[in-house]
Write a protein that binds this ligand. Sequence first.
Ligand code: ZN
Length: 286
Amino acid sequence: MADHLVRIMTKDGSLRACAAETTTLVDAICQRQGTDLTASVALGRLVTGAALFGSLLKGEQRLALQIEANGPLQKLSAETDAYGRVRASIRQPISNLPPRNERFDVAGAIGKAGFLHVSKDLGFGDPYRGMVQLVSSEVAEDLAWYLTTSEQIPSSVGLGVLPREDGHIAVAGGFLIQALPGAKDEQLAGLEERLHALPPLTTLLREGLSPEAILARIFSGIETIPQATLPLLFDCSCSRPQALAILALLPEEERQPLLAEKEITVTCEFCRERYSFTPEELSGKG
Ligand code: ZN
């Protein structure tokens, strides 16, 4: 089934949750970024996390997640909007950490010391910015830690990305569960037990479970109300005029040498699209 996200709420209003399948989305992004297998898993988890975090955006609101740490991948970014459009980039796509026995050393590739940055443009005033230190560098735990401490919403995050030998993504997806004010301790303890007993997400996705089915499994026996379904897709908002505008914003000492070149090329860090300009276009005489 095509990539999508579903959002539900328990009937008593104490928990909200969403789950997503992101296989095609993560594959499109990893192909463009040229990631190796371990980097694909790391970036795919962040991409899926961004889709889950974005599930509550409205209208023209936007959200960006960024991990910057001391591992070989250096910096990973993922951005999304209220329409489920996601794009992502990675500074160093090769981790040089090949998988061992189907285990991917994501924490090693990202690096143990670093930060997760969250930025939300909610359409009024300056964007909201939050930051936490990485706790495990496995992504899901770091995202849950951010929501629980920084936004003070107790949260559980599950992320699964499995690449094939040929570099394409076999399955990718995730879930996010949040306790709302009024959630009782015994409810949360019960939920924790269920999550503990849940097979790895990549196993469920490989068995063909949809996001709906994954949530039904986690919340079996609990009455839930569907809230929304959102398609997820790779989409980059870059454009030729935007690339030219970025060049025009360069400080004079960086812009001047470019005017001596025959052709000035800008590559979008997200979709890897190349935009070429003549010096005349850059100086505004083109
Ligand atoms: Zn682009």
